[in-house]
Every structure is written in C-alpha cells, then in structure tokens.
Design a protein around this ligand. Structure first.
Ligand SMILES: [Zn+2]
Length: 541
C-alpha cells in the first residue's frame, strides 16, 4: 500500500500537534537554563506553576496548546534571581523613613531630617536610615548637639547605612530611659567628657529595638508590598531575609496565602531564646513560597563603624579590635540547638577574628563534612589559614559583591595593605567549597541583582569605580556569578529541587533580559535591563 506511510505520518502528526495543554508557552527566546548541560533552548511550556518541557521552538509550539503565549522576541531568559542575604522587610520599612543614603555632609542629613519631620507632623518617632560619614569631608562620626537643638521634644533615631550604628537625640534617650553609663555586652554608648554624644554602636542600639519591632501590621504590610514591587522590578523572584521575628514570618505566610505576597521568601529566624523555643516545637517550614529552616546570629559589627572584630587592632584606630556581640558559649549553644533541630546556622562575621571564632565553633559542633549547609554571612575578612575550614566542614560563604565596590575606597584605611588583600576575596572563597551564595544585604546596598553581577565579575561600582576592577584577582567568572545568584543560592536555601535553574519539574521562576549576561563587557553590561519577571509562571513585572 502506497498510502500507508503517509497515513502513518498523518496519524503521528495529529497525535502530536497540540496533544498537551499548558498554562503558558514561552517562545522565541534564548533560554539559559543554568543546569549542568550548558545548552540553551528556544521555548518552554509551563503548567501549574512548573516547567513541563524545554526545547526547540517548533517542538514546544506544536506540542502544547497554551492558554497564554509569551513571545520573548529573541531576548535572553535566566532563572529568577535570588538575593542570598537581604533585609526585605527592613527595606520596605525604610521607605517610610527619612532616606539618608548618599547625603554628602552632616548638614545634608539634618536638612533631610528636618524636611521629613515637617512633612510628617503626626509621626511620634522620626526615623532615618542610610547616613555614611565616609562620604563626608573629614569623615568624622557625628554627635547629637545640632539634633537636640533642632528637635528638643520629638525623638529622633538616625541609623548608619550598615545598621550597626545609630545617632539618637536626647528626647529619644529620655523616652526609652537609656542609661548611658550602663555597659552593654557587644555595644558601646560613645561618650565625650563623660557625657553621651548620642552615638550608639551595635548592641547599644538594642534598647531601641522595641521601637522598630512595634511597627503595626498595616505598616509592615505596606512595607512588604513596597519591597515586593521594587524587587520584582529588578528580576528577583526569591529573597533571603537575614533575620525576622516569628510574628513577621507569620504575617508573610498569611499574605502569601491571601495571594497578596507572591515573592518567595527564605526567612532566617533571628537569634532569641523565645524564637528558638517556638521553632523547636514547630520544626522547619517548607512551603512553595516560604521556607523557615535557619537561625540568624551576629558575631560582630561592621567595618565602617569599627565594629568588625579583628585579630590585630584597626589600622586607623590602634587601641581598638572591634566588637564581639555575644560570648563563645552563646554561639556554641545556638550551634548545638541548630544541629539538634536540623536547622541551618547563619552567622554574620565581618572581621577575621569573628570569622575564625565562628568557623571554629561550627567545626566543633559539625565535626566534619555534612549536609546541614551552615553559612557564614559576609565572610568579609578571612585569614588564608582559615579558608580550608569552609571545605572541611561544608560551610557556605554567603557574600555581597557590592560591598567590595562600596567599601573599597576606605577599606584599606581600616585594614592596612596586608589584611585588605584577604578582604572581599570572593574567588578565594568560592574555590574552598566550590560554591558560594551571592546577595546584596539591601538596604545596606541597592537591590539590583545586575549590580551584584557587575560587582562580582567586573569588580566595579555603579560609577564604574575603580578602573580595571577592585582587587580583580578575586573577581568571579560570569558563569560562577550567575550560579551564585541562582542555583548556588538555591543550594544554600535547600530549594535546589524546585528553584535555581530552569528544568522540567522546577518552578517557572524566570527573568527576561534585554541582552546576554555571559558577554562580560563593561559597557554592554552597564546597559543591561530586566524586561519581565515571572514567578510560578505568572508575570509579575
Ligand atoms: Zn544583613
């Protein structure tokens, strides 16, 4: 029979053509799946929020009858970006405070605060965030003399850009009953001639924590939605919030269940006895959009405010080593709790001494290689002799490439020639365990993951500083930087089965870019833009 082959072909064709349904087909794209294979695809089909198939244009378009089609017009698609360490709620709350970022002088800080106070006569507390004395002539830390004169009755609290120092006026100290003479472990109330200057370092600010935590639900809801809008705008599909209280975590869960919050959140539980007690009973939480599986601990302060704990004194403050925020016993106790409850321990360590202390505490409790995925947050100054501990105890370095390009101009002054070579050493860190997690620590830095990418690969800031890159020997390769923002961040949050790459079975979280990021050319990358963002197959930007 002559007709048989034709008939067979026709039957085959009809059984294939639109034989399957999808909610969304994305086509005419260059899809970089960031999987092991290293190939690219032209199209993919999505059903129930997950990718069902990736393949050539015709194959996907022919096979799937889709409710919705997205023509990428030849653009590049990457897995949704994950910010491996940020303060999602904090960023949103900041939008309701005086923005002091980039203020070029103390006078400008005062002026911005005055304008804000006038515009918000109903606010009892005037809160500000973002000043940085390193941007001012003289680079001197401020005192509250002028703030007292300007605001004799209204309490004012202005946080430094890193959140590790705050300036408060007399009215604020009176309101919380701050006793400047009482010593605080891991904190400092800065005095001059025996009188408080209003400057508080690290734990000394904790008496004001209640003022922060007291934000009511409406304020927090608005903050979370504001943060979500901005983050979707720059291509983020999951954020790792480095320290939340259980009440806020529960609010996030409710907002996700209501459908208002679509952002995926990996919430680190902030270190407090009552939080750990609660989660010892609840256990880890694994929902599609919310994971609770870790505790956030602080070992030391920040480099900018001389709070980072260093083995040798600061190069620009010879009698000072920085601040250790809790005792070794405390870190050990939390570590034992984490191991017993199968939680991840994530500790903020900036200085080389803080890094060594926590690496050794981790080592003592972990005992060897493991799959608990404990992390050191920031790992900013790490002595070469401590590096092998990351691999030996399977500890993940979690770093923020924009810190290198923001701190670069003054880090040398704090650390000196020899130590600064081991600061922001991301490639050295990557080589230890073969991976690292990348984030921004926003609102300390900006939220843009493309700037994280540029700071990691080109080692240049938004302004293109410095020419040739900052300590360029520690730049990451383009592929590793992208892995750090996607699949490695998924590994660092136990979500790699669902997120971090574009593969059949994983959630359809992806970002559409106007160009290929793999071309590591400074001019080219500076112009890169996010065209669209999808979470769970739903377009959110
Ligand atoms: Zn942080």
């Amino acid at each position: 029979m002559k007709l048989a082959p034709l008939l067979a072909l026709a039957l085959l064709f009809s059984s294939c053509y639109h034989s399957q349904t999808a909610d969304l087909v994305v086509h005419n794209a260059v899809i970089h799946p960031m999987d092991e294979g290293g190939t690219t695809y032209q199209a993919m089909a999505v059903r129930d929020g997950r990718i069902v198939e990736l393949g050539p244009e015709r194959q996907i378009l022919n096979r799937y009858k889709a409710e919705q089609r997205y023509d990428a017009m030849g653009r590049h698609i990457f897995p949704g970006f994950i910010d491996g360490h940020c303060h999602f709620l904090g960023y949103g709350l900041n939008k309701q405070k005086v923005d002091l970022h980039g203020a070029a002088s103390w006078e400008e800080v005062l002026e911005r605060t005055r304008v804000f106070a006038e515009a918000h006569p109903d606010k009892v507390w005037i809160m500000g965030r973002g000043w940085d004395q390193n941007l001012w002539e003289g680079k001197e830390l401020p005192d509250n003399a002028q703030l007292n004169a300007l605001f004799p009755d209204r309490p004012v609290l202005l946080q430094r850009v890193d959140g590790h120092a705050a300036l408060v006026n007399q009215a604020a100290m009176d309101r919380v009953g701050l006793d400047p003479m009482r010593s605080v472990e891991g904190g400092l109330v800065v005095l001059r001639d025996g009188r408080p200057t209003g400057l508080l370092l690290d734990n000394a600010t904790t008496v004001f924590q209640k003022v922060f935590d007291d934000a009511d639900e409406a304020t927090k809801r608005k903050a979370l939605l504001d943060a979500q809008r901005d983050c979707f705008g720059v291509g983020l599909t999951m954020v790792v919030d480095a320290g939340l209280d259980p009440g806020t975590i529960d609010l996030i869960q409710r907002m996700q269940q209501e459908g208002a919050l679509k952002m995926r959140v990996y919430a680190m539980v902030s270190d407090a006895a009552e939080h750990l007690e609660l989660y010892a009973q609840r256990g880890a939480l694994r929902e599609d959009r919310l994971r609770v599986h870790s505790v956030k601990v602080y070992a030391d302060g920040a480099l900018g405010s001389h709070g980072a704990l260093l083995k040798q004194p600061y190069s620009d403050k010879h009698d000072h080593h920085g601040l250790q925020l809790a005792s070794r016993e405390h870190f050990l106790e939390v570590a034992q709790w984490c191991k017993a409850n199968a939680f991840q321990m994530n500790t903020h360590c900036i200085g080389d001494s803080a890094n060594r202390l926590l690496l050794d505490v981790y080592a003592e409790v972990l005992g060897g290689s493991n799959d608990l995925r404990w992390r050191i947050e920031h790992a900013q100054v790490v002595s070469p002799e401590d590096l092998p501990k990351f691999a030996a105890y399977s500890i993940i370095p979690s770093v923020q490439p924009t810190h290198a390009t923001s701190d670069g101009p003054w880090a040398l002054k704090r650390l000196g020639e020899a130590r600064v070579k081991h600061a922001y050493a991301y490639e050295d860190l990557r080589k230890t365990l073969g991976m690292l997690a990348l984030g921004t620590d926003f609102p300390v830095e900006g939220i843009d993951p493309l700037q994280t990418y540029r700071s990691a690969v080109l080692r240049q800031g938004v302004d293109g500083w410095p020419e040739g890159g900052y300590q360029q020997e520690n730049a990451l390769s383009p592929l590793d930087a992208l892995r750090g923002m996607t699949i490695w961040n998924a590994l660092a949050t136990f979500t790699e089965a669902d997120l971090g790459s574009l593969e059949a079975g994983k959630f359809a979280d992806f970002v559409v870019l106007d160009r290929d990021l793999m071309r590591a050319d400074a001019e080219w990358l500076r112009k890169a833009k996010v065209v669209a963002t999808f979470v769970n197959g739903e377009q959110v930007k």
